[in-house]
Design a protein around this ligand. Structure first.
Ligand code: NAP
Length: 185
């Protein structure tokens, strides 16, 4: 089972690789849970072709994006980092720091994406955008691992459930998955 190919349509996506228990990073923003993870042929290229701009948060920038680039550098385009205090951000010539509200950040990102999609690379900003009705899709690549701790995709204790429908499938169908534990390496 897999999703329809992604298309460039001026959409706002939350886009993450995620552990089976719902974390997009481990404790301390570690990303090594993705090591060795494979995806179906062509998947990365779909996102590289359809992404026009990236919106990230300050913690993600400070912990990872400052040193690395989306899609291992295979994607080129405008990257925006939202922060309340851009003045102490480590400057980078291809990154624009924004200090504004989320709707304005999304508007700027979509304009920069020029008809392609804006990818939100931050659960914190994604949650705010979702609550504001600004998210068109949540695109996830489920890694076969349990982390137990880290940065959650959606960290909102006490909130109401956010109902979702599978893109391209009208039914509110559960996805069936079967895993077996692997020996520890
Ligand atoms: N698994 C994946 O595919 C994937 C992809 C991308 C990112 N990630 C991970 O996702 C994690 C991101 O973590 P996160 O969501 O906890 O942090 P984050 O969004 O990267 O950073 C949070 C910070 O962003 C700024 N911010 C957020 N909302 C704001 C607003 N409305 N106005 C102004 N500034 C705002 C604030 O910075 P200030 O404190 O400076 O104001 C806030 O403290 C990282 O670990 C990253 O590696 C994973």
């Amino acid at each position: 089972m897999d999703t329809q190919p992604q298309t460039a349509a001026g959409k706002v996506l939350m886009h993450f690789a995620i552990s089976l228990d719902g974390f997009v990073a481990g404790p301390g923003h570690t990303m090594d849970f993705m090591a060795g993870m494979t995806v179906r042929p062509g998947l990365h290229d779909e996102y590289i072709q359809t992404t026009g701009a990236v919106l990230a948060g300050r913690d993600g920038y400070d912990s990872a994006i400052g040193d690395s680039r989306p899609y291992g550098g295979a994607w080129q385009g405008p990257i925006f980092v939202l922060t309340h205090h851009p003045e102490d951000a480590r400057p980078s010539e291809d990154i624009t720091f924004l200090s504004c509200d989320v709707p304005e950040a999304v508007r700027i990102g979509l304009e920069a994406a020029q008809g392609k999609n804006l990818e939100i690379f931050s659960p914190t900003i994604g949650k705010q955008a979702l609550e504001l009705g600004l998210v068109d899709e949540i695109d996830l690549h489920l890694a076969p691992v349990l982390l137990g701790d880290g940065i959650r995709l959606y960290d909102a204790p006490g909130s109401k459930p956010v109902r979702l429908a599978m893109v391209g499938d009208a039914a509110k169908r559960a996805v069936n998955l079967r895993y077996r534990p692997e020996p520890a390496s």
